[in-house]
Design a binder for this molecule. Structure first.
Ligand code: KIV
Length: 284
């Protein structure tokens, strides 16, 4: 605790000096607090909360109110970490004024340091307007889950020369619109490397290989909590899902067999008070 929160200039310097930034998603107070204790450079309150917290099959149903609510808890858990709020589906696609107002809500109501939105050239007007409003915007290209219908599912992107070129053009347009950083998801490392080398702003990867300015992972994947599916790019550092089931099962067995609560988990009456109570209620 008490570390200095990074700024965009620190993140930019890290890129220049070839130091990798590491960040993770968090959706609640305690995960954010553990992330801060682990000295993450940034935390993303991703709209992946739709799947990881609410059990939706994708991110499309996620609302602004849900995102703000989770950002508030994360802010309290990680007061000294750079926090990015993720703009949910239809919070920025419909109009530029909507985008600015919703980006502003993340700042005013949840105290985030930046927002992230998905898409290339087609959201550059929104990026520019949010940046002109004095806010930090991160772009997100490659596999963009909010438009997974158009992409034909949760699939790797930029695997052909033509589609890779589109991503490279999108990345440049995003930088030119005033984004302070870019996230590239599920793209071959060679393509991510070209984008990183072309852009002056930091370029981060989730599933886009090691040749980026830093890496993002979903907390539920790192901890082995999310069990619905595991993308190729995920490395599970723990298996808390299985460990949690075991802890709950052990607890249930202890209760059913009267092993819990044991003596050490119970309060004692003040010495000599039990006989008095029995007298009072007429019991032996
Ligand atoms: O919502 C999220 O966590 C994200 C990542 C998948 C990049 O946007």
């Amino acid at each position: 605790m008490g570390k200095k929160k990074l700024t965009r200039f620190d993140l930019q310097k890290m890129k220049t000096e070839g130091r990798k930034a590491v960040w993770i998603t968090a959706y609640d107070y305690w995960t954010a607090n553990f992330a801060e204790q682990a000295e993450m450079d940034m935390i993303l309150v991703g709209d992946s909360l739709g799947m990881c917290i609410y059990g939706y099959s994708g991110t499309v149903p996620v609302t602004m109110d849900q995102c703000i609510y989770h950002c508030e808890g994360v802010r309290r858990g990680a007061p000294d970490t750079f926090i990015i709020g993720d703009m949910p589906f239809l919070s920025y696609q419909v109009s530029v004024p909507d985008a600015v107002l919703n980006a502003g809500r993340f700042h005013k109501e949840a105290g985030v340091d930046a927002i992230k939105l998905e898409g290339g050239k087609r959201v550059c007007d929104q990026i520019q307007a949010i940046a002109d409003g004095g806010m930090l915007v991160m772009g997100h290209i490659g596999l963009t889950p909010q438009s997974s219908g158009q992409l034909g599912g949760f699939k790797a992107q930029g695997r052909t020369a033509e589609t890779a070129k589109e991503l490279i053009d999108d990345a440049k347009a995003i930088q030119d619109s005033g984004a302070f950083a870019l996230l590239v998801e599920a793209v071959p490392p060679e393509v991510c490397r070209i984008i990183r080398d072309d852009l002056t702003i930091p370029v981060y990867s989730i599933g886009a290989g090691v040749l980026a300015d830093g890496q993002l992972m979903i907390c539920s994947d790192v901890l082995g909590i999310f069990q619905a599916f595991t993308p190729k790019f995920v490395k599970k550092y723990e298996n808390l899902g299985d460990k949690t089931v075991k802890a709950f099962t052990d607890y249930a067995e202890d209760v059913r067999n009267s092993r819990f609560p044991a003596d050490e988990h119970t309060y004692k009456m003040v010495e000599g008070e039990l006989p008095k109570l029995k007298d009072l209620i007429g019991k032996k």
